[in-house]
Design a protein around this ligand. Structure first.
Ligand SMILES: [Zn+2]
Ligand SMILES: [Zn+2]
Length: 480
């Protein structure tokens, strides 16, 4: 057993990290119901039935994220949309969206950069205007999401369904016992975070509804439009857009860095979420201030953070070295390559082929079987004789002989593709047949054999490394 493997009963982790309290969040944590009693069964411990389904629903959240937007849609029928208000609603959509992506997410949840106080206040304010909970509550759940991705302790696990990860986790009650623990001591020491959490309702009402109404009302006299379009409907759109980070970003797209979990990269998600769409990258490198690493990929959140750093408002922007990023990409490519390789026919593995005596081989050919021996491996080319690109007569002349030299340059230096094709026709190994027999004996004796296998134990046959390939071209007597 390698020395780094723990033996039974031995802890792999430093005991100080093991002796954490249970995974259950304490009642003092944000978003915990103060009436919650961990000793009593929680409603989510009971199955949903016709009698109790309404008890499973978080009605306050239903009202906030479904009820109010519906009222807004109805009210919009009677409210003409002025172009100034439309423009303002779009601008404020971006500000409040940035509050979540650049503020809540990249600054506070992941600490991917540091911000000067004025920028922190701005992000805490406009982030509050997106109506998605306080920084403290949001970041706590988001850290749990990263730590326990796709498990029962992931607050918005996509494994429970796309709709659950988008909105279901908010409109249905969650079992406090099942939300994974995370460390938010840094947030508890951040005065802006603590202030915003303490005054959250005031922040939400002012930044979510009153401020956009004031701007449109005082600016161009459109009080109702400011309230409906800049307030309610803008909240609805910014909420749905940022919810897509939990749903769409775990469902749509590629996995260039790791495919063991659900996060994915897709340009559509990036367009919807102000650049949070390169989520496979983000889960691998969460403290990188970027989500998109290519200049042409859409990540306005990254551009804003970069711009703020030029203005002296943001600093200490964290970035993983491209060496680290490329290692992850190469390993994932390798994994995909292994899966692709495993699906191909590389011929019967050498160690599973029967061993044939030379005399048997010759006799079978004289009985009409089209066999040729190359490098000690016997191939049945009966069905291939008529298709041989070099003609029937050449291949027929090799039947029953050792054509290693002919095949490897004596008559024609066969292509890599020819060696690959030949390997699919192999049927046996000649006793005493050069490398193969040696290799087989070595494996029987459990000696170290120089051959490469992928993670699943499948042999990797590289171009030019086929057993039939003799590296030094053999010049046969007839060709000399
Ligand atoms: Zn995620
Ligand atoms: Zn994140």
């Amino acid at each position: 057993m390698p020395s780094h493997q723990p033996v039974a009963g031995e802890l792999t982790v430093d005991p100080q990290y093991v002796s954490q309290p249970s995974a259950m969040a304490s009642t003092a944590e944000p978003n915990r119901n103060s009436k919650y009693d961990p000793k009593k069964p929680h409603i989510t411990d009971l199955p949903i039935t016709r009698q109790n389904w309404y008890k499973h629903v978080n009605w306050l959240n239903v009202f906030l994220i479904v009820g109010i937007p519906m009222m807004g849609c109805v009210a919009a029928f009677w409210t003409p949309l002025r172009w100034q208000t439309a423009l303002w609603a779009v601008i404020y959509y971006f500000w409040t969206g940035l509050g979540i992506t650049a503020g809540y997410h990249r600054l506070w949840a992941h600490k991917s950069y540091s911000a000067a106080l004025p920028l922190k206040i701005f992000l805490a304010a406009v982030g509050g205007g997106a109506v998605e909970g306080s920084i403290r509550w949001w970041s706590r759940d988001h850290r749990a999401h990263h730590r326990y991705t796709d498990t029962q302790k992931d607050p918005y696990s996509v494994r429970k369904g796309l709709m659950y990860s988008h909105i279901g986790w908010m409109v249905m009650k969650q079992n406090p016992k099942r939300i994974g623990r995370t460390d938010i001591t840094d947030l508890n020491e951040d005065a802006v975070v603590v202030w915003q959490h303490r005054h959250y309702l005031k922040v939400v009402f002012f930044m979510g509804l009153i401020f956009p109404t004031l701007v449109a009302g005082l600016g161009w006299g459109d009080w109702v439009g400011g309230f409906i379009y800049g307030g309610i409907l803008r909240i609805f759109f910014v909420q749905q857009a940022t919810f897509c980070v939990n749903s769409l970003a775990h469902w749509l797209g590629d996995q260039p860095f790791d495919d063991r979990n659900s996060p994915r990269d897709h340009v559509v998600t990036a367009l919807v979420t102000l650049g949070e769409g390169y989520h496979n990258f983000h889960h691998e490198f969460p403290s990188d201030y970027r989500n998109a690493i290519q200049w042409h990929q859409y990540d306005p959140t990254k551009w804003c953070i970069w711009l703020w750093s030029k203005l002296g408002l943001a600093y200490n922007l964290k970035q993983f070295r491209s060496n680290e990023i490329e290692k992850g990409r190469v390993q994932q490519l390798q994994k995909k390559l292994d899966q692709k390789r495993a699906k191909l026919d590389w011929g019967v593995p050498l160690d599973q082929l029967p061993v044939i005596e030379w005399d048997d081989y010759v006799e079978q050919v004289s009985n009409g079987r089209g066999l040729i021996a190359v490098a000690g491996v016997v191939h049945d080319v009966t069905d291939f004789i008529n298709e041989h690109p070099g003609g029937r007569s050449l291949i027929k002349s090799g039947l029953g002989k050792d054509v290693t030299a002919m095949f490897n340059g004596g008559v024609y230096l066969h292509s890599n593709a020819a060696h690959n094709l030949l390997s699919t026709m192999r049927v046996g190994v000649i006793r005493g047949g050069c490398e193969v027999e040696i290799w087989k004996r070595a494996q029987r004796e459990n000696k170290d054999v120089q051959h490469v296998k992928d993670d699943a134990g499948n042999p990797i046959i590289r171009a030019g490394n086929q057993i039939t390939k003799v590296q030094q071209p053999i010049v046969s007597a007839s060709a000399a």
